[in-house]
Design a protein around this ligand. Structure first.
Ligand SMILES: *Cc1c(COP(=O)(O)O)cnc(C)c1O
Length: 376
């Protein structure tokens, strides 16, 4: 049996390496390393895949979030609501831009931002909500959009973990994660469902004014060569990364469905185990299992993690600490007990190996070891 990895980038490279090598070589031959033709072509292809009017590529997913917030024209002190249970980047950009970070608890079942908690956190200074489609399943966008409309707020979707997930509206229409709010952002970090071989990111929007300004801000605020309209940043997707992403985009749906096969095997095997909860599936979203995250409810999460390690099975805690307890955010003056759901999740969650290259033998072995741990 192959060694088990959380994400097996090597096995994936072995599968599609010849196409990747060719794509990289063509960029080397052209030496168009910045803003080469592959960047535009990748944006166009992703735009079609996502069914959105504009895709603006940038240097990474954190920059995408920052650019999205920059384009809204917010003022220092304006409040931005996001979930306490996410990767640090989502919160970091809010603080970095001098905006007031307002954290709320997630829903304990599906890990995504709680709509009720958002409702309670809105004040006269609230300007934007940043839902995160955590672990590959969409937040409750229909209800969030309704709140945003009623309170005149912007919604920036952090879709870094949900590239390719579908959102199902109650009227029967479907949209891709990241294309529902005013702006959506994503990351092409190597381990993401659509990952490149370095850093990369993108923004989605159906608003032409936002699109134009985002494109400018991501390129030093440039209007035309050496004429500047906005204070910008240098955040571009490298041509080599774009060329790699063009190859990998073709496989995205297939890879996401392979992840679902693994998830179904896990779900079935763990259904009867009283000590763990499998990830909840919501009716309004597909799940692309960026992570397969269980909750261990008998206080033995860390023990299970160690046991798996001893059996050469990696696992990860996403996320071990709530954001409000990080030193950096002590200035927000939250009390330790302010976010009971986040705090509980941080002590119970465990993400299991999950990637499109997993072999049945590996999945069976992981399942056997986990059930054996709980039956001891
Ligand atoms: C990965 C990730 C990001 C940041 O992406 P980078 O490309 O690493 O900057 C932001 N938000 C979430 C939820 C992520 O998982």
């Amino acid at each position: 049996m192959r060694e088990i990895e959380m994400v097996d980038l090597k096995a994936q490279y072995l599968k599609i390496g010849s196409e990747i090598d060719k794509a990289i070589q063509s960029v080397l031959d052209s030496t168009a390393f910045i803003k080469g033709p592959d960047v535009r072509l990748f944006e166009e292809e992703l735009q079609v895949h996502m069914g959105v009017s504009h895709v603006i590529s940038c240097a990474n997913g954190t920059d995408a979030l920052q650019l999205a917030l920059m384009v809204l024209g917010l003022k220092p002190g304006d409040e931005v609501i996001t979930t306490n249970f996410t990767f640090i980047a989502t919160a970091e950009v809010v603080a970095l831009l001098g905006l007031k970070l307002v954290l709320v608890d997630p829903d304990p079942g599906n890990f995504n931002i709680s709509v009720e908690a958002v409702r309670k956190a809105i004040t006269s200074k609230t300007r934007a909500i940043v839902p995160v489609h955590l672990f590959g399943q969409c937040a409750d966008m229909e209800r969030l959009m309704e709140i945003a409309k009623n309170h005149n707020l912007f919604i920036i979707e952090d879709a870094a973990q949900a590239t390719g997930a579908d959102y199902f509206f109650s009227d029967g229409t479907t949209k891709k994660a990241g294309t529902i709010g005013h702006i959506g952002t994503t990351s092409f970090f190597p381990s993401k469902n659509l990952g490149c071989y370095g850093d990369g990111g993108a923004l989605y929007t159906n608003d032409e004014t936002f699109a134009k300004k985002l494109r400018s801000i991501a390129n030093h605020g440039m209007k035309e060569k050496y004429h500047y309209d906005n204070i910008g940043v240098n955040s571009r997707l490298d041509t080599i990364q774009a060329a790699i992403l063009r190859v990998k985009l073709k496989y995205l749906s297939q890879f996401n469905s392979s992840r679902n096969n693994v998830a179904e095997q896990y779900d079935k095997a763990f259904a009867e185990c009283p000590f763990l909860t499998v990830p909840e599936r919501v009716s309004y979203s597909s799940h692309i299992f960026h992570q397969y995250t269980i909750r261990v409810n008998n206080g033995k999460r860390d023990e299970l993690k160690k046991f798996l390690e001893s059996k050469k099975i990696p696992s990860m805690v996403y996320y071990p600490g709530p954001l409000h307890l990080q030193n950096v955010y002590s200035f927000l003056n939250y009390k330790e007990s302010d976010f009971p759901v986040t705090t509980t999740l941080c002590s119970e969650v465990l993400s299991l190996p999950m990637h499109p290259e997993m072999e049945k033998e590996q999945v069976d072995y992981i399942i056997r070891q986990i059930l054996e741990f709980f039956n001891k």
